[in-house]
Design a binder for this molecule. Structure first.
Ligand code: UGA
Length: 448
């Protein structure tokens, strides 16, 4: 099928590559010429395991084309994915400027029956908004043509996006018109059959991927409610972890014991410094905003946000307990990305922690295996080091913020000898507490 993907961010790029790999003819459009040039040369602008190889192979076999020409792409393709960003405004409401602009352009270029798909996480009711804008902008010849809007949210995790795209746990199609639903089902047929080359012989190959057909609003809500529920699980276990600290219980044992109940499970129950990234913070706030806007309550959602904010400052309190006055102390921060296997620093807990430590007068040295420069929201007084050992030299404290697997293999004997005081806060409960204590570290985790 002929597919156009508008926007080559995380969602757009992975969607475009996935559609090309399963056999469709894909044009990915972006107005950023630099990005398109880069992609044309087979380079991915984002770090995502396996993505660059797939871009290269699909460009080579001509299933995948990158372009800045929106008009041509809309006219030649039958399915148009909208994958533009909807970043949060200061009040929590998503900014729909890019989405509105793209809808206007789609309206003015339409030249036949098109299925317009909202793939980005968009506010409840956006399908109707896009429909209205496209209708208003149909001009001249276009007035005789028809289109349908489909909500088809993505459930990709950064760092595992390629895997999630090829082996989804469900496909949600929200539309008011059965004709559009049939087009979408046909589009996803190779994915359901799992007979494309990436899946054949892959141990992760799935069978019976469910397709959920619903109305567009329910589809939009499935996405928000899923992310908000996952964030709620994490905030819940973090609250339990804080209780564990007071009553001297161990949150790892508590989680294990709870998780064996299959109704609860152990996934997204890792206590720590809390959630960040480009999705959970934005989506929980947006859902709370929608609830309040429509006169429903958002008590749980607002508490989930509060617990998460508190969790970051709890780490600062722990630092104070360990080293007293922060002023003039050296703190090494391990991990800057919001989670491992990504270079994404959006709403990363590291930013809050580092900025607060600097505000309190500490010297902060941060190390991350992939992030090699100070994110723009981070106080530039933080020094980014080339390795962990440089970061910990003469340090009074280590704060581990991101659970990069390589931190498990560090030489903690050497680290201890380099530090001024062997204090460590493990914000992800990833290190071996008793081993570190044997080495002479003063160790604090979260709820353990
Ligand atoms: C999340 C969802 O997991 C995806 O299903 C969804 O498609 C995506 O948002 C999106 O809306 O685009 P992502 O933001 O990439 O994916 O990251 P997650 O792996 O979900 O982690 C989110 C945050 O929760 C991270 O800061 C992570 O460190 C934290 N987390 C996760 C915990 O603190 N504890 C856990 O047990 C799990």
């Amino acid at each position: 099928m002929r597919v156009c993907v508008i926007g080559t961010g995380y969602v757009g790029l992975v969607t475009g590559v996935c559609m090309a790999e399963i056999g469709h003819n894909v044009i990915c459009v972006d107005k950023d010429e630099q990005k398109i040039k880069m992609l044309f040369n087979g380079k991915s602008p984002i770090y995502e395991n396996g993505l660059e190889e797939l871009i290269k192979s699909n460009v080579t076999n001509k299933n995948l084309v990158f372009s800045t020409e929106l008009a041509g792409a809309i006219r030649s393709q039958e399915i148009i994915f909208i994958c533009v960003g909807t970043p949060p405004l200061p009040n929590g409401k998503p900014d729909l400027t890019a989405l509105d602009e793209v809808s206007r352009l789609i309206g003015s270029y339409i030249n036949g029956y098109k299925v317009i798909v909202n793939k980005s996480t968009v506010p409840i009711g956006t399908a109707n908004r896009v429909k209205k804008i496209i209708k208003e902008n149909l001009n001249g010849e276009g007035k005789g043509y028809s289109f349908d809007i489909v909500s088809n949210p993505e459930f990709l995790k950064e760092g595992e996006a390629v895997y999630d795209a090829f082996f989804p746990e469900r496909i949600v199609i929200g539309s008011e018109n059965p004709k559009a639903v049939e087009v979408m089902k046909k589009l996803y047929e190779p994915l359901i059959r799992q007979d494309f080359s990436y899946a054949v012989n892959n141990i992760n190959r799935k069978s019976d991927i469910p397709i959920i057909i619903t109305d567009s609003t329910s589809s939009e809500l499935i996405k928000y409610a899923s992310n908000a529920f996952l964030a709620t699980k994490i905030s819940f276990i973090n609250e339990v972890a804080n209780i564990c600290e007071r009553v001297e219980a161990n949150v790892l044992d508590v989680t294990y014991g709870m998780g064996l109940d299959s109704r609860i499970g152990t996934k997204f129950m890792r206590a720590g410094i809390g959630w960040g990234g480009s999705c959970f913070p934005k989506d929980v706030r947006a859902l709370a905003f929608t609830a309040e806007e429509y006169g429903a309550s958002a008590n749980i959602l607002n508490s989930v946000i509060l617990v998460n904010n508190y969790q970051r400052y709890k780490v600062i309190q722990k630092a104070m307990d360990m080293i007293g006055i922060i002023e003039d102390k050296i703190v090494a921060v391990l991990g800057i990305a919001f989670k491992p296997n990504t270079d994404d620093t959006r709403e990363a807990p590291s930013i809050t922690v580092i900025n607060k430590l600097l505000e309190l007068g500490a010297e902060v040295r941060a190390y991350d295996p992939i992030v090699k420069s100070c994110p723009k929201e981070m106080d530039p007084k933080a020094t980014i080091t080339k390795d962990v050992y440089e970061a910990v030299k003469n340090a009074n404290l280590i704060v581990l913020v991101t659970e990069w697997p390589e931190f498990l293999n560090l030489d903690f004997g050497r680290i201890k000898s380099l530090m001024k005081m062997p204090n460590i806060i493990d914000g992800r409960n990833m290190l071996n507490k008793s081993k570190l204590q044997e080495l002479g570290f003063n160790y604090k985790g979260i709820g353990i």
